[in-house]
Design a protein around this ligand. Structure first.
Ligand code: SIN
Ligand code: MN
Length: 268
């Protein structure tokens, strides 16, 4: 798949681009199997929900699984990311948010770049996310919500929450009580002008979104899981300074080698 000039323009305008069913059922099944396998292992990047038993997220999976190491080099994802960022890229983060049936918790409204700037010293928002649906995303299972065009306001800095409320550690960047979330007033103002979209579609669909785009998602009270894989590509001209104590490597990659696309059959 090659993205068109119109799609790039649309991405620049809205901050997101949805491509339904990019991956086949067989490719999705292979990725689901890899996620299942990693979920059972007590690896450092595995985060649990508040109930301390449901897996909330798996981080750094491209280092623990062959299929995910290939996925980050998939030409359809990689070439599009390079084109959108106008640069060669490396892998900054890789995670799967599992949003389990009945128990997957909320992701409060936020912008990703705030975390990468504050926690890692990323110089500019020259990074983007590619979300791959590992399940159908529907109106019931906690699809991601976006405020289209909100990336154009750059950083909406509200400061971090009261430190007695949120502990100052990397866990508070991946839990349901996020360290840098946006307040209701800001969301109400933004949505009044721009509205909210929640891209939905079959497993295998792909969603590119800008690092400053305001987003979040509701808890999953449905019987349907919503596994969402998110790759973050960063421009090789935008390496973080890693001020202070760097976050663990499963959250922020230290390998800045520009990625090269794989040829031929990539996943299966
Ligand atoms: C995120 O903001 O990184 C993830 C949100 C979600 O999985 O719904
Ligand atoms: Mn996010």
């Amino acid at each position: 798949m090659e993205i068109t000039k119109e799609q790039i323009e649309d991405y620049r305008e809205t901050g997101l681009l949805f491509i339904p069913e990019l991956f086949s059922t067989k490719e999705v099944a292979e990725m689901q199997a890899a996620v299942e396998d990693l979920s059972k292992q007590d690896i450092p990047g595995r985060i649990l929900e508040k109930d301390k038993k449901t897996v909330r997220a798996l981080h750094g999976c491209h280092n623990n699984s062959e299929i995910f190491d290939s996925l980050i080099r998939h030409p359809s994802l990689l070439a599009s990311a390079c084109e959108m960022l106008n640069s060669d890229v490396y892998i900054y983060q890789f995670k799967v948010n599992l949003k389990a049936a009945f128990s997957g918790d909320v992701w409060p409204w936020h912008q990703d770049y705030v975390f990468w700037d504050e926690e890692d010293g990323m110089p500019s928002p020259k990074a983007l996310n590619v979300a791959v649906f590992l399940d159908e995303c529907n109106e019931f299972n906690g699809p991601m919500y976006f405020i289209p065009g909100s990336h154009q306001q750059s950083l909406i800095h509200l400061g971090q929450k009261d430190s007695s409320e949120i502990p100052n550690n990397w866990e508070s960047n991946v839990s349901a009580a996020l360290k840098y979330s946006l307040d209701n007033n800001t969301i109400a103002k933004l949505t009044h002008k721009k509205g909210i979209v929640a891209p939905k579609g079959p497993a295998g669909s792909v969603l590119f979104f800008h690092s400053n785009l305001v987003h979040g998602s509701a808890p999953n009270i449905s019987p349907y899981p919503r596994r969402l894989l998110i790759i973050t590509y960063n421009s090789i001209n935008n390496i973080p300074s890693f001020k202070g104590k760097p976050r663990p490597e499963f959250l922020v990659s230290r390998d800045h080698t520009p990625l090269k696309p794989l040829r031929g059959k990539v996943l299966i």
